[in-house]
Write a protein that binds this ligand. Sequence first.
Ligand code: DAH
Length: 349
Amino acid sequence: MQQQLANILAEATAAAPAIAARPDFEAFKARVAGPNGTLTAAMKSMAAVPKADKPAAGKLLNQTKGELEKLFAATLARVEQNEIAARLGPPIDPSLPSPDDEAGSLHPLTQVREEVCGVFRKLGFTVADGPEIETEWFCFDALNTPASHPARDMQDTLFFPAATRCPDAPKHASEAYLLRSHTSSVQIRTMLKQPPPVRIVAPGRCFRRDTADATHSANFHQIEGLWADKNVTLRDLKSILDFFVREMFGSSAQIRLRPSFFPFTEPSFEMDLKSPNLGRLSDRWLEIMGCGLVNPKVFENVGIDPAQWTGLAFGVGLERIAMLLHGIDDIRHFYANDLRFLRQFASAV
Ligand code: DAH
């Protein structure tokens, strides 16, 4: 019996490596474990083993069976691999050049976003992020924007239906979810996570019901900036923005701060840009961003002591910058995915 089992295992082990296809495997398995198989015969011959030897013989039989099962499984796995390889055909070399004539490239808005973030990185800013679906508190209340403010109006802000009022915001139970109308909400999210000093830029998608002309879109992008620290002044704001504009538009670009109003900054400004290199928009003042010094109310709303901390903030439309840089006159080009438009930016990276 012992010899018989050893022979069965040895023969099967010797035969297995040559088996490559499924019919061979089936035949191989049948020769051992089929009705007329060698292992089946060995099992039948157990009946003839003297009673005293049965436990040892049974144990050996089970061991051999286990070994053979492992051998079948490994052989079948190899057969299956062969089948998959045959279906896939010859291996692909991903390092070969693409059959298309051009490599892909980054979207112009992505390129400009990275450029802007790169400029602020040089000034020690890091990049922060926040959700596109916001609650009223993050987008408005915390930013000192009262319920009566026109920005909250249904005309501008895209609200979710009343049924989706935020159940998990017990402090502000009557809040609604909305698509953020600006990236200023990331100021709040950042300061709640990380007390000052904070220096961040937050690029992101914003939404407004605002499609009045070719320079507006219901879906657009902004980059928000926040620097909260001790003794941040208007001079810091002006010099940062000056640096930003010169890096983006060249050293002959100039800026001007014009008094304005935003609930979250005091004082607030519109920043205008003038540059000789902007085609037909050259040499005139163009409004490009809102900015100001962080309103102490905003600090209070996130539990930061306004007696100790000061800050500056700004928000700029990414499309606006990209349109000025590249002389694009219709914002919809950015979203149409027309390759004739996109290919013009392929070499810019
Ligand atoms: N959130 C403003 C908007 O969407 C832009 C803005 C203005 C952001 C002034 C600021 C700021 O951080 O200080 O129009």
